[in-house]
Design a protein around this ligand. Structure first.
Ligand code: ATP
Ligand code: MG
Length: 180
């Protein structure tokens, strides 16, 4: 399984439809400050169902819709489509290629689709839940997060690892029980 392509249309700074073709292995996105590199990562999180405006570096969910520039009027909707190569059957669906898409209008909520079939957020979450790429997974390390890990005290660093491994909640529960 690997991410095959990502198409953004009206998402943040990507007013016109823009498709990134990805290959198996490592992809690097380079560009000047403010050129939209992090917006691409935001699009990836958003299409997989991210619900937090802050995680998407905005104040409200509508902030993902192209807000306009001096030469170009704002748009009414944002759309992102993510195509995943599923030839190895890692995703529990009978398709060798799976396209997840999310559309959002200024006046309301999001619409999701899997291979063009309208579906619920829950369906997207379930499809991705065992794949290691869902939004609950620690797969997106934000700008600045790396710095905080590198500069963390050993105790804090242990916390990051425990959180990633899913043991933090058990340790917190244990500490709470011992305090009683
Ligand atoms: P850096 O190298 O500094 O991290 P970057 O390439 O990651 O930069 P981004 O943060 O992806 O840059 O892009 C920031 C740009 O996206 C800003 O110019 C901002 O105005 C623009 N932008 C963000 N949201 C929207 C929106 N809704 N509509 C239009 N432009 C937007
Ligand atoms: Mg950035």
């Amino acid at each position: 399984m690997y991410l095959k392509s990502l198409t953004l249309r009206g998402f943040k700074s990507f007013a016109s439809a823009t498709t990134l073709q990805l290959e198996p292995g490592i992809t690097c996105i380079v560009g000047p400050n403010g050129s939209g590199k992090s917006n691409v990562v935001d699009a990836l999180a958003w299409v997989m169902g991210e619900q937090g405006a802050k995680s998407l570096r905005g104040g409200k969910m509508e902030d993902v819709i192209f807000a306009g520039t001096s030469g170009r009027p704002p748009l009414g909707r944002a759309e992102v489509a993510l195509t995943i190569d599923n030839a190895d059957g890692a995703l529990p669906i009978e398709y060798a290629e799976v396209t997840i898409s999310r559309t959002m209008f200024r006046n309301g909520g999001s619409e999701y689709a899997i291979n063009g079939q309208s579906c619920r957020l829950l369906d997207v979450q379930e499809l991705l839940s065992d794949s290691g790429i869902g939004r609950e997974m620690h797969v997106i390390v934000g700008q600045g997060q790396l710095d905080s890990i590198l500069h963390a005290t050993p105790e804090d660093r242990r916390g990051f690892i425990e959180e990633a491994a899913g043991v933090l909640k058990h340790r917190k529960r244990k500490e709470k029980a011992l305090r009683k």
